[in-house]
Write a protein that binds this ligand. Structure first.
Ligand SMILES: Cc1ncc(COP(=O)(O)O)c(C=O)c1O
Length: 487
């Protein structure tokens, strides 16, 4: 006997568990997909990381970029602090590639707070907070964030991305439903994939579509969580918070709002999307945000009711099983929050420069999509290759911006993004918009784009193939015919 069961019962239970495990494994291998390999040599070949689809995709993109001699715009090395300007390889650029919305990165009081925290607590808490304990800075920061949202409590995580993955991924269970905006950030989408709850996206900011889903599906699920962003960083537009609150109340759902790009940016004093609409923050169930953008630190947070925060403190794996926020990071975020509140002129300057950027783009006939001119400027170009080339040509004119191409945005909606800061000058914005117009005109005049480049690449490959075959035919003295088929 063991656990009150006979040996026979025990072995029957084990047999059943084994059968279930085997069934589980079988169900994960699609029956329509035959094993890719059969021999040990083939298995060995698959241990080469270069055989992964991800790597093959990267190589394809690199090959196309090489055809048009396009340098990678990613991972450039910045010397010193980057804000409205940055220094790369000995040159100074007007910089639109940092989320330093309020120009707080490098502010003396923020740096001094971080240095003082290092002197007192060191650079790390060296383990998770349940294990290594809290520091007073953690508690102060969480109290400040909770007060910001008039919430009962708040919790800080070491990464904004991990905050979304963990909280969205772990809060709900079987029989629940997560509805999220189709343009939500990767961390939100990933969280919904991790969750055992059902998941469905709704078209961006389309409240009629969301209402239709709730109308037909609400009764089939226990709990429903709706996830949106306050300010969408790919498009620069805002979630319709009043309608969302109305829907979540009517259908008995929770509403979670990611304020990564809204904090310090939306609303007259930068309090976020609730201030933008003049609403009480208490109408939202879960406020999520990051310390890495306007607050020039690092990490994520959740603010909400005491019960929610208590659950997360013990069950959000990104908090429970990850190191606590480093003391200098928490101190920097606190000092940045002080500056945000004490110097609302920074928010006003950011609003003014954003409006100038969007207006100047529209006057120049550039497509700014749905952007409202708060913190983020968008110029939709369409063709991915043309967008990347445009960014490169602007870089040659000392303007640093990052192209956003498929799959981050839909295929024909590649764009340049310009992150504005309170410290950008009128002259920097005007010069940049004029340069974008000029460089785009040049690319359009030369018909530069994916279609023409692909045709040129295919033509040059065909030339090379024809030459090789011609050579071959000379060598063997025969004749060669080349049949080209295509769509
Ligand atoms: C909407 C949104 N949520 C979450 C994150 C992740 O935040 P972090 O970069 O601080 O980890 C980002 C990052 O850009 C974001 O844009």
């Amino acid at each position: 006997m063991s656990n009150g069961r006979t040996l026979r019962e025990e072995s029957e239970l084990k047999r059943k568990a084994m059968l279930e495990m085997a069934h589980d494994l079988r169900s994960r291998v699609s029956p329509s997909t035959p094993p890719a390999t059969t021999s040990p040599a083939q298995y060995q070949r698959l241990t080469d990381f270069g055989t992964l689809d991800l790597y093959q995709e990267m190589r394809k993109v690199r090959a196309i970029a090489d055809v048009v001699r396009l340098e990678s715009p990613f991972f450039r090395i910045h010397d010193g602090q980057s804000g409205a300007t940055c220094d790369i390889d000995g040159r100074t650029y007007t910089n639109f590639a940092s989320y330093d919305y309020l120009g707080l990165n490098g502010e003396p009081s923020v740096g001094a707070a971080a240095k003082a925290a290092i002197d007192t607590y060191g650079t790390s808490v060296s383990a998770s907070r349940p294990t290594a304990g809290d520091r007073p800075l953690h508690r102060r920061l969480e109290r400040r964030i909770a007060d910001h949202y008039q919430a009962e409590d708040a919790l800080c995580f070491v990464s904004g991305h991990a905050t979304n993955v963990s909280v969205i991924g772990e809060l709900l269970g079987n029989g629940d439903l997560i509805l999220f905006d189709a343009l939500c950030h990767n961390s939100i989408a990933l969280g919904t994939k991790l969750s055992p709850a059902a998941r469905q996206s709704f078209p961006h900011n389309d409240m009629a579509a969301l209402r239709a889903i709730l109308e037909t599906s609400r009764r089939k699920f226990n709990r429903v969580l709706i996830v949106v962003e306050g300010l969408y960083s790919m498009d620069g537009d805002v979630a319709p918070l009043p309608e969302l609150i109305d829907l979540k109340t009517r259908y008995g759902a929770w509403l979670m709002v990611d304020e990564a790009h809204s904090l310090g940016v939306l609303g007259e004093t930068g309090r976020g999307v609730f201030e933008h609409f003049g609403l009480s923050p208490q109408a939202v169930d879960i406020w999520m945000g990051t310390l890495s953008k306007a607050l020039s630190a690092c990490g994520g947070y959740i603010a909400g009711c005491r019960t929610l925060i208590e659950i997360l403190r013990f069950h959000a794996s990104a908090f429970m099983y990850s190191v606590g926020m480093a003391p200098p990071v928490a101190a920097a975020a606190l000092a940045a929050l002080d500056l945000m509140q004490d110097e609302p002129q920074r928010v006003a300057a950011l609003h003014r420069i954003g409006e100038r950027f969007v207006t100047a783009c529209r006057v120049a006939g550039l497509n700014t999509g749905a952007s409202i001119g708060r913190g983020i400027g968008i110029v939709i170009v369409g063709d991915s290759l043309k967008t990347a080339k445009l960014a490169e040509n602007l870089f040659a004119r000392d303007i640093n911006t990052v192209p956003v191409t498929y799959p981050a945005v839909p295929m024909r909606a590649a764009r340049l993004r310009f992150f504005l800061t309170a410290k950008h000058t009128d002259d920097q914005v005007d010069t940049t918009v004029a340069a974008v117009r000029e460089e785009l005109d040049k690319l359009e005049a030369s018909k530069f784009g994916l279609a023409t480049t692909a045709a040129a690449a295919i033509a040059s490959i065909m030339d090379a193939v024809a030459l090789i075959l011609l050579d071959a035919s000379r060598i063997v003295g025969g004749s060669v015919s080349v049949v080209i088929t295509g769509a």
